[in-house]
Design a protein around this ligand. Structure first.
Ligand code: SAM
Length: 281
């Protein structure tokens, strides 16, 4: 079986994108960390549980899950070698003995059957070419009655941070972030989520909208620099006139200025929290 069937994603997450997430893991945790509490509450991890973290990245949620799992075990699964290296380093620094990281494509990785009590993910589940196959693969790895608690991006119109892309329009073509197409917003429609998880063999599929502030930097200039290095912005900037780079940075800073608060540049994000159960029999 091929290690990955999601070649473009594999390249991106083993290229600049994964390197950016590994190098700036603290900043990405500031962006996404407000979603941790609702995710972990929904996952209801108890001591002794075996947990899978899908698309774990540098592993903040894996480490948090490990603290809840106590005598149990948590496995972080990800495509990205750079992020897994960082995840291992951070788990070792916290002396977590019940965490393991595995490189693989969650859509096809030969996960052990029926062993996990729960699977979680913080935004690691939107990138599958065949989401039904991916979630069926995850489902087989759960024990009967096992559960998932997973976060994916909701409608981009609910996400303030998506508006920063509008300031790039004079300089380069900006994607429309079409809901349902493979990528960040592939699962942004709850009807699609219920269909996909139903087809993948889950029951009791529920979607809950979670909105939270995302902190992108100390101030507008800092946040602009961070965003310019991130994958989606770099992708659109590759199509811009290199001479425009300074003007883009200035435009981005200006667009972020209204979101400056005493504790950083905060823009609202919206996610679907998906919960579902593998049938007991
Ligand atoms: C948006 S990042 C989120 C990372 C991490 N969960 C976090 O919250 O910091 C998406 C992650 O999903 C991983 N990923 C994408 N497609 C994947 C796949 N098919 N199998 C496993 N991991 C995948 C990427 O390598 C990346 O680390």
């Amino acid at each position: 079986m091929r290690a990955s069937v999601n070649d473009q994603q594999d390249q991106a997450w083993n290229g600049d994108e994964g390197r950016h997430w590994a190098d700036h893991h603290e900043r990405w945790n500031a962006v996404n960390g407000e979603f941790n509490e609702p995710l972990l509450r929904a996952a209801a991890i108890a001591s002794g549980d075996h947990v899978l973290d899908i698309g774990c990245g540098a592993g903040q949620t894996t480490r948090l899950a490990a603290r809840h799992a106590g005598e149990g075990q948590v496995v972080g699964l990800d495509l990205s070698q750079a992020e897994l290296d960082r995840a291992r380093e951070l788990a070792a620094a916290e002396q977590l003995a019940n965490v393991r990281f595995v490189r693989g494509d969650a859509q096809v990785h030969p996960l052990p059957s029926g062993v996990f009590d729960a699977a979680i993910s913080r935004f690691g589940i939107m990138f599958f070419a065949d989401p039904v196959a991916a979630f069926a693969n995850v489902g087989r790895s759960l024990r009967p009655g096992g559960r998932v608690a997973l976060l994916c991006k909701a409608d981009p119109r609910r996400c303030e941070w998506v508006r920063v892309f509008d300031v790039l329009r004079p300089f380069c073509p900006v994607p429309d972030f079409t809901i349902g197409e493979p990528g960040m917003f592939s699962l942004a429609d709850p009807v699609t989520i219920r269909r996909v998880f139903g087809d993948a063999g889950f029951e009791q599929v529920e979607t809950t909208l979670v909105e939270a502030p995302m902190t992108f930097g100390r101030d507008a200039d800092d946040a602009a620099g961070f965003l310019l290095g991130s994958g989606p912005v770099r992708f659109v900037m590759e199509q811009a006139d290199p001479a425009a780079a300074e003007r883009v940075r200035d435009a981005l800073s200006e667009a972020l200025r209204p979101y400056e608060q005493p504790d950083g540049v905060r823009l609202n994000g919206a996610a679907w929290l998906i919960t579902a159960v593998r049938p007991s029999s």
